[in-house]
Design a protein. Structure first.
Length: 118
């Protein structure tokens, strides 16, 4: 459903760009007067779209920069958390590693005690 909405929005944007391009092409007949042009045509040729574009670019620049900083902070937090987990895991592996030498020495001591008792 989301793909359909994005595709529809993209098609409407392309339609608007195509409309503006076709309206800007030179005409065979003379240019109609400002009174006979439609509202959309007058709006497209005014300075309003440029002002909206400048304002939107400024907003998007600031917004995307803040999003980038937030993503970097989350990445740093996750990285430090993973490092802590890795250190704990390595410590646990060192503690739980089987030391066969120690076991052999303990076994030898027990056998010696058992032989000594008998």
């Amino acid at each position: 459903m989301v793909e359909f909405i994005f595709t529809t929005v993209l098609m409407f944007c392309l339609l608007a760009v195509l409309y503006l391009m076709v309206r800007a092409l030179p005409r065979i007949a003379e240019e109609p007067s400002a009174e006979s042009r439609g509202l959309l045509d007058r709006w497209a040729h005014s300075e309003v779209p440029e002002k909206i574009d400048i304002a939107l670019n400024g907003f998007l620049f600031k917004f995307l920069r803040k999003i980038k900083v937030a993503v970097l902070k989350v990445d740093n937090n996750l990285g430090s958390h993973l490092q802590k987990m890795k250190a704990k895991e390595e410590e646990h592996e060192r503690k739980s590693a089987i030391d066969f030498r120690e076991m052999a020495e303990d076994g030898a001591e027990r056998r010696a005690e058992a032989d000594h008792k008998s």
